[in-house]
Structure formats: structure tokens, C-alpha cells
Design a binder for this molecule. Sequence first.
Ligand code: SF4
Ligand code: SF4
Length: 159
Amino acid sequence: MFTAIFRGLWLTLKHSWKSRETVQYPEQKESMPIGYRGLHKLLRWEDGLERCVGCKLCSAACPVDCIYVESEENESSSPVSKGERYASVYEINELRCIFCGYCEEACPVGAIVLSNEYEFCADDRSKFLYEKEDFLVKRNEDYPELKNRYPEEKLLTYL
Ligand code: SF4
Ligand code: SF4
């Protein structure tokens, strides 16, 4: 019994000299590892047009059916995306999502990606139903961690 007590005391003493690894969240935030899968972002092309062409492949690939997409034809005078169509409705139920990344793997144009953002909370379940405006980025440059996530050579070239 005494051996166990002394071993416990020794362990406590040994670790009391080590540097602390406690992070003072939320004032201090950890940077996420490369490949971390957090909240979704919908990216644009360099000219500002939306990447998403409303093909619904992400929705088909999602194992928990938490993506809903409706698409419409682009008007030639004011296109929203570079394809024939664009996503007029794009919703993700972030509560149901299991952050598997299948949606970004399935997307042929690198439109939907999982970002480093891990902070999301709400006081009502309905607030976890994200609409397109909630995750469509204004500028890709605001998310530098996503820059090399999907190199251009990985994208299909049907556009
Ligand atoms: S990360 Fe997985 S579960 Fe979440 S929306 Fe994408 S495919 Fe669906
Ligand atoms: S995010 Fe990609 S896979 Fe999903 S509808 Fe848009 S283009 Fe298609």
C-alpha cells in the first residue's frame, strides 16, 4: 500500500515541474492540424463567381443525408457560377453532419470544403441548419488554410 502511495506522490512531484499544456480557451486558441475537418465553406473562383454548379454530387455522397441542394440555370447576362447551373438553395444540417469529408471528395469543382472552424453553438436546434449565405465565402483569401486543400489539378476540367 505504501509503495502505491509513494509512487503516486512521485508521479505528482515529477509532473509538477513540467511545463503546463493547458490552453486558456477561448482567449487562447489552438491551430488545427492540416486536414482538420470543421465547418463547411463554399468557395469562389478567383473572379468571384461561385464554384458550386449545383450538381448535387455532395448531397448524393453524404452518408447522413444532411445536404440539400436545389439548382437553377444561370442567366447568360448575370451568371452566378461558371457552369450551366448554380445552387439556388444549399443547406447543411451541421448537427447531423459527421464531418466525414465525403462531400468535399465528391465535389468536382472544389466548391465545398471543410474548414478549420470548430466553434459553433446555438440555443436552438434550428440554428444549426446552415443556409448558403451562412457558409458561402466572400473571398477565398479570408481562409488561407484552405488554399492548398484542393489543388487545381485535382479538379475535373468540364468547365
Ligand atoms: S462532412 Fe460528411 S456528413 Fe458532413 S455534410 Fe459532408 S458528407 Fe455529409
Ligand atoms: S458543392 Fe460541389 S458537389 Fe455540391 S452541388 Fe456544388 S458543385 Fe456539386
